[in-house]
Design a protein around this ligand. Structure first.
Ligand code: HEM
Length: 521
């Protein structure tokens, strides 16, 4: 916090009208013991502003920590100039620096939930480029639970606390997951130590969804983005997480803040995988499917720049809480793919932010680009200034116009114009291959990671009813028969350790199905 105000007058307490406050301790009352009056302007302003100190928290990723820094471009893609693949200006020159703001988060629980929970971690980066903002809204893991945005609200409902008890319930969690076979791969990561990163500095990041890069000729390639921490990667066992949580449930926020304060600035390399634009029938998965990894032996992780976080926020609320990231926020040279999750996400972020922060959320300093903004959007709650260009006729808030209004920009190269010839359908992608990579990941884990995975799944599933246990075991068996066998065994072991009567959701579900069964009998 800045405390270097020297002028006494500047340090005088005022209200937001600029009136000096001479008594900030006592309300105005009729005698020292009498009733308060309604014209207590300072008191009423103070309390009613306090009453409005919170905005709604994010519906997901509510708990977070953020920091400022910069991204430094390498200017190349391996041995080639990066311009061969993208014309995005921020990547072109070696050593070129772009300011960034990053927000890390956990996903499911509320704003002050423990940072040791088994949960994906968010890793969202805002690049304030010369062409306007680019948001890369990623997670620590490289894949996701579902591949169609239609399923997201159901997934989040199943993972969040039970609407009756307000307690997170593995019965509901695995009810959804076992009926969503494509989630098997993500669950394999999530219940291994990769589901609890030790802190934010020692975790990876990934854009997860498939994007495109576009060059000056308008040619596109498919890309995936990955952040690799230069501090190394560290994950926790369940036991280690419990030890930390018993003493400190803010450890990740604290770790990030303190590292930056002592000048130990965390850094990540941005690695990009490229695939030729197209369907890739030679692969056993669809490149637009975010439940799949792209094999780095076939699609190498090529570093294109480095990010350093070197400045803590001066105010948590103004910068971290009000920060608004979205997958629709791209700059020229970067583009969307037809990944259905990406398409759905792109609607969701700015929609929720207009509700959560307000319709002029992009005028807040943390969200505004660091360049002049000139739009014909006007007014709305909390409009702070007019987005006007220097020299623009202030009467002209529309386009086109011959009266010195705003004009459309030139594109940075030829447009990328994919063409389509298909029926309009509601259909899954064809190459679902829901279990193949889950099996590969299970087999690639180190022995201690596999042991943790099995124990954690066993303990969580032991609280579920048999129908859920069987469905999950069947999905793991499809991934690898050994995986399924070990999970079934671990469930039995965990059950033997604790006699359990089922969760409220399970009991109620059973009773209802018995009742329905009797009615149809
Ligand atoms: C936050 C929706 C999938 C990463 C959010 C928020 C919403 C949302 C509504 C709150 C934003 C805010 O209040 O500012 C969705 C939908 C998805 C989806 C509809 C699927 C269709 C994903 C995936 C990832 C992801 C696959 C990982 C790549 C994040 C992150 C945040 C977030 C990191 C927090 C951003 C921040 O720090 O402010 N998401 N999400 N989401 N989402 Fe998603």
């Amino acid at each position: 916090m800045s405390t270097n105000r020297q002028d006494d007058e500047e340090q005088t307490l005022t209200n937001r009208q600029g009136h000096p406050v001479s008594d900030n301790q006592n309300m105005r009352t009729v005698g020292s013991r009498g009733p308060a009056t309604l014209e207590n302007y300072h008191f009423i302003e103070k309390i009613t502003h306090f009453d409005r100190e919170r905005v709604p928290e994010r519906v997901v990723h509510a708990r977070g920590a953020g920091a400022h820094g910069y991204f430094e471009a390498y200017g190349t893609y391996g041995d080639e100039p990066i311009s061969k693949y993208t014309r995005a200006k921020l990547f072109q020159q070696k050593g070129q620096k772009t300011p960034v703001f990053v927000r890390f988060s956990s996903v499911i629980h509320g704003g002050h939930s423990p940072e040791t929970l088994r949960d994906p971690r968010g890793f969202a980066t805002k690049f304030y480029t010369e062409d306007g903002n680019w948001d890369l809204v990623g997670n620590n893991l490289k894949i996701f639970f579902i591949r169609d945005a239609m399923k997201f609200p159901d997934m989040v409902h199943a993972f969040k606390p039970d609407p009756v008890t307000n307690v997170q319930d593995m019965e509901r969690f695995f009810d959804f997951v076992s009926n969503t076979p494509e989630a098997t791969h993500m669950i394999t990561f999530l219940f291994s130590p990769w589901g609890i990163p030790a802190n934010y500095r020692q975790m990876q990041g990934s854009g997860v969804n498939t994007y495109k890069w576009v060059n000056a000729e308008g040619q596109a390639v498919l890309v995936k983005y990955h952040w690799e921490p230069l501090q190394g990667i560290r994950n926790l066992t369940q036991h280690e997480a419990e030890q930390i949580q018993g003493k400190n449930f803010n450890h990740a926020t604290q770790d990030l803040y303190e590292a930056i304060e002592r000048g130990d600035f965390p850094a990540w390399e941005l690695a990009v995988q490229i695939m030729e634009d197209g369907e890739h029938p030679e692969l056993d998965f669809d490149p637009l499917d975010d439940t799949k990894l792209w094999d780095p032996d076939k699609f190498p992780m090529v570093p294109v720049g480095k990010m350093v976080l070197d400045q803590n926020p001066t105010n948590y609320f103004a910068e971290v809480e009000q920060a608004a990231f979205g997958t629709g926020v791209l700059v020229d040279g970067l583009d969307f793919s037809d990944d259905k999750m990406l398409q759905g996400r792109t609607l969701s972020y700015s929609d929720t932010q207009r509700y959560r922060v307000g319709s002029n959320y992009l005028q807040l300093p943390i969200n505004a680009p660091k360049k002049n903004v000139a739009t014909n959007q006007r007014d709305g709650q909390m409009a702070f200034y007019v987005d006007i260009a220097p020299g623009q006729n202030p009467h002209i808030n529309y386009e086109p116009s011959s009266l010195n209004g705003l004009r459309e920009a030139e594109l940075g190269g030829k447009p990328h114009q994919p063409s389509y010839n298909a029926s309009l359908v509601k259909q899954k992608i064809e190459r679902t291959n829901d279990f193949g990579q889950a099996g590969d990941t299970f087999r690639k884990f180190e022995p201690w990671e596999r042991e943790e995975l099995i124990r954690n799944l066993g303990e969580a599933l032991a609280t579920c009813s048999p129908v859920i246990q069987q469905a999950m075991t069947a999905n793991c068996t499809q991934a690898d028969p050994e995986y399924g066998r070990l999970v079934a065994e671990a469930i039995k072991q965990a059950e033997a350790m604790s006699s359990h009567e089922g969760t409220p959701a399970a009991r109620e579900g059973m009773e209802l199905s018995e009742e329905l069964g009797q009615r149809t009998d």
